[in-house]
Design a protein around this ligand. Sequence first.
Ligand code: CA
Length: 671
Amino acid sequence: MATATIFAGASLLTFSSCNNKNYANFDDRFAEYPTYSGSDLELSVDNSGTHFRLWSPETDKAEVNIYDEGSGGEPVMTIPMEFHKENGTWTASVPEQLYGKFYTFRVQSDGRWLDETPGVWAKAVGVNGKRAAIIDFSLTNPDGWENDRGPEVKNFTDVIVYEMHHRDFSMHPSSGIENKGKFLALTEKDTKSLLGDKTGIEHLKELGITHVHILPSYDYNSVDETRLQDNVYNWGYDPQNYNSPEGSYSTNPEDPSVRIREMKEMIKSLHDEGIGVIMDVVYNHTAENDGSNFSLTAPGYYYRHREDGSYSDASGCGNETASERRQMSEYIVNSVKYWADEYHIDGFRFDLMAIHDIETMNRVAKELKEINPDIFVYGEGWTAGDSPLPVERRALKENVARMQDIAVFSDDLRDAVKGHFTDASDRGFATGKPGNEETVKIGIVAATAHPQVDYSKGNNSKFAYASSPEMIVNYVSCHDDLSLTDKLRHSMQGEPEQNMLEAAKLAQTIVFTSQGTPFMFAGEEIFRDKKGVHNSYNKPDSINAIDWANKSKYRDQFDYYKGLITLRKAHPAFRMTSAEDIAKHLVFDEIDSEKTPNLISYTLKDHANGDQWEEIRVVFNGASKPQSVNIPSGQWKIVAMNGKIDPEGNLGTSKGGEITLNPYSALILSK
Ligand code: CA
């Protein structure tokens, strides 16, 4: 199975001293645990004081420690907790409102005290997330927060996703941004590169994307927040505290309120410009095994195990969580709801979503929709290794039709257009390799059933797995693997750079004209690279940061991407909402791909999806030589041709007949 997002620096401490019990056959036992999901879990503060409630159904004792500081020093108070058998929780209260203090829990399991933990529901944390913090959340809201909301989304196919890492986007000296690598980078107005091009939020507005998808921004493990001067980089797929923001993206990780307020300021700043914020969430595994907050509160419960008692590892990161267990399922649902409520998050991208069960994912989407119907949920419909969870229960790409309001990434289109991700030199449809035509067509129709698409010829999938285009996210690259630029440089070695630029344009034209939701990796509009490094999760900024001088150097590329986005937004024909509409309004020209490979041509006809244009003709030539197509006679306007695009269709006119396309180029006509 094609995959990606892994290797994020997980510790592989399969057996450590604090726990050597075999949980392999505990399913029945765990199923008997009482569950509890009240909003007062772990911490609540009201007029009667500060209250703690830890879910830990099978421990001998529990206590809460109160501290003055987020790290260092001794507890100022240690309070034993009282067990409530009916819901498996331990409670303690003090009559004061302990704002400004920090706390940890400690439980005794099988006669042994485990390490201290901030719990699994810490919404504010001290530096490096070792202690939870007691703060007044109302003081973390920026001005106008009560009226803040993200963009309305009529259909998920209207969304245009831009995937970025905070550091990638702002760290480079050329960014002109003051708060480099911080949440606040996206609050700065009118920033410019050294060459005078717009950067930061102005760049996003200029490009026209609708949603920013930020790489993990919850508190993760790998960056030491006390040593930010070291400028350590990590993607953040090593979760520590799921319900608090990451400290290294704040200007002061020592103060628990600062990261919260600054993240909200970022979100509000984007919302003020009509841009939505999607969070990358990684509930499928934790950075630590026995040392994780899950293990230190309810040993064994939150993870799946192999027969021999070791952690099963469908994440490729040392463990996998057990969403099929009720308390974990509730945890995932309530955690995303919390982010939607408290932070006004507009969407969630689930890492290795197929590690989760379908039922949990359906609950996620359903309950989020009750908070805000515009929230977009999508994920990687695969795992990175085998799992004890039966295939039919997994939230797999192939099972997406059994999920409601959830989309999956199409690795079909991705690999077919640019070549397989595991082989840097492999080419794809857009770079001259024959044999990918049918798989590209699967992407064009968003993996829905279409009378002219032969799924038996699909490279990755052999059936129409989506019952609606709103179930598919199309892309040709993301943070994982080689960036598109690096992939083209590697696979097109020896060709002039201009060919690579044209191939990139063609590849993205396929993404942005296809049915489904388009997704792009930040910076590709200015031909950013990662210096040939595919798994750059912990590589320095010198590899990962976007060099904004590229915006001047590759201006033509930027203008083309911007044109593509404008075109898509103006024309609902590219954004159909039902499989029936696609089957009816999207008609492929019969082309014998044995004789003329790397050529696809189709029509969006009869004002598809209410489009103002009666007919749109889309042709892709992925060959390294010019190829011709026969266009029916008519009064055509030229929208895109030979590496140029004009969303208004003013590149010229055509009366039809034979039209020749340059190598690696798209032709779009309208009438
Ligand atoms: Ca952290």
